[in-house]
Design a protein around this ligand. Structure first.
Ligand code: AMP
Ligand code: MG
Length: 404
């Protein structure tokens, strides 16, 4: 039985980022950029006004004989248009925010600092220096400048910058296509009526959703029976994916046949981890496709997905930050049952009076799916029979914080 750290290290050693593809800009959200973005243009592309006001020559804004100067208005420039004539000494043009500064003008005064009683004349009530309210071309991005680096994650703000630069399609690392396979003669689909001895396939749906949230493109392949033939058939479809995630059938029972298929068609790297929930986790490959065999118990499947499958998916997507952050928490209610294995206790962690306080979510049995509800963290109780008394501190993995 290996430690959680060794398991993760062995798994990630086998995973490499997927090839590059090109996607329409809106689909790049959450993906990893595969090329540096170097701007071929100045942004803004032209000097423009930061205010609604008047474009003029700075020297024309100086008071004359102690009186505010009056300038003749020769026209108007709206955003999206260019002036059809220049601003000359003693004249001005109305200008709107974002409109190109007309030739001749070297400054803009905001409308609030002017007074205009008719459309032909405006009084300039304050002297303004050259460049006032003008956003020069290239102030934001300079032609030839590297704006985004290969390997960065594309969020909404990066999408905005890519749109600014005209990247209608974006080179990114592919999303992994993940096969999700449930196993077990007792397992039936969610739409089928329950009959004696049967349970519904909660894992298939849970893992599909978790894989999608991790950034993968999940493909739920349904349920394999506990026979070699049924597993062979399902695995022949699963191997066309980038990653295979199974649930159930990796323990030591007579019908736990997933490891047998791995031996037959690929190899097993390990199949037990010193943790709970989720001791029976198998890792290896089939037909060169990495396979994570998660336990059948739903809580174990959920927790081991977070600890092992999510980092795998992220590494395949080209992310370098793979693991959720850990914080120190005060475990308000303690953890009474003592296990020799490392225990990941589902908990709700909240910031209270300057500390993170963890409340565990009740019965921690690996079949108690309601212990997942409302949990946003896994409190780590170290291996070796460590006890956590009420008020003790412990580390917790924050499941709703982004990776660090
Ligand atoms: P196994 O690892 O196959 O021995 O399964 C362990 C436990 O998880 C058993 O109680 C199974 O009935 C249950 N289980 C297995 N697969 C699923 C599934 N897809 N959805 C819900 N429970 C499952
Ligand atoms: Mg089973």
């Amino acid at each position: 039985m290996i430690s959680v750290e060794e398991a993760l290290e062995r798994i990630l050693a086998q995973i490499t980022p997927l090839p590059v593809t090109s996607v329409p800009l809106p689909q790049a959200l959450g993906l990893v950029l595969a090329e540096d973005v170097i701007t071929q243009e100045d942004i803004p592309p032209f000097a423009n006004s930061a205010m609604d006001g008047f474009a003029l020559l700075s020297k024309d804004s100086q008071p004359r004989d102690g009186q505010p100067p009056r300038l003749r208005i020769t026209g108007e420039v709206a955003a999206g248009y260019v002036a059809d004539h220049a601003v000359e000494e003693g004249t001005t043009m109305r200008i709107m925010t974002g409109a190109p500064v007309p030739p001749g003008a070297d400054t803009v005064i905001q409308v609030e600092l002017t007074r205009s009683e008719n459309p032909e004349w405006v009084e300039i009530q304050q002297a303004v220096p050259p460049g006032n309210n003008i956003r020069p071309a290239g102030e934001d991005m300079r032609r030839g400048q590297k704006i985004l680096s290969r390997g960065s994650e594309i969020g909404p703000w990066e999408i905005g910058v890519l749109a600014t630069l005209g990247w209608a399609t974006v080179p990114v690392i592919q999303r992994p296509r993940v096969a999700i396979l449930s196993t077990g003669d007792e397992v039936i689909d969610v739409s089928e009526p329950l009959s004696p001895g049967k349970i519904r396939n909660s894992n298939g749906y849970l893992l599909e959703a978790a894989a999608q949230r991790a950034g993968a493109e999940p493909h739920r392949l349904g349920i394999a029976r506990d026979t070699i033939e049924s597993l062979r058939e399902k695995f022949s479809e699963a191997v066309t994916h980038d990653l295979i995630i199974t649930s159930g059938g990796v323990s030591v029972g007579d019908f736990d046949l997933v490891k047998d298929i791995m031996r037959e068609q690929g190899e097993i790297n390990f199949w037990r981890i010193n943790m709970r929930p989720g001791k029976p986790v198998a890792f290896g490959q089939i037909g060169g496709v990495p396979l994570l065999g998660l336990p059948g118990n739903p809580v174990s499947a959920a927790v081991t997905f977070e600890l092992f499958a999510r980092p795998v998916i992220r590494k395949m997507m080209g992310h370098t930050r793979l693991l959720r952050p850990q914080v120190e928490v005060v475990v308000e209610d303690g953890v009474s049952d003592v296990a020799m294995r490392r225990h990941y206790v589902r908990a709700r962690v909240e910031w209270h009076d300057g500390r993170f306080i963890a409340h565990t979510t009740g019965n921690q049995g690996s079949h108690i799916t309601t212990s997942l509800l409302n949990a946003n963290a896994l409190v780590i109780v170290p291996e070796g029979g460590v006890e956590v008394h009420p008020g003790d501190t412990a580390k917790a993995i924050m499941l709703d914080w982004p990776e660090v």
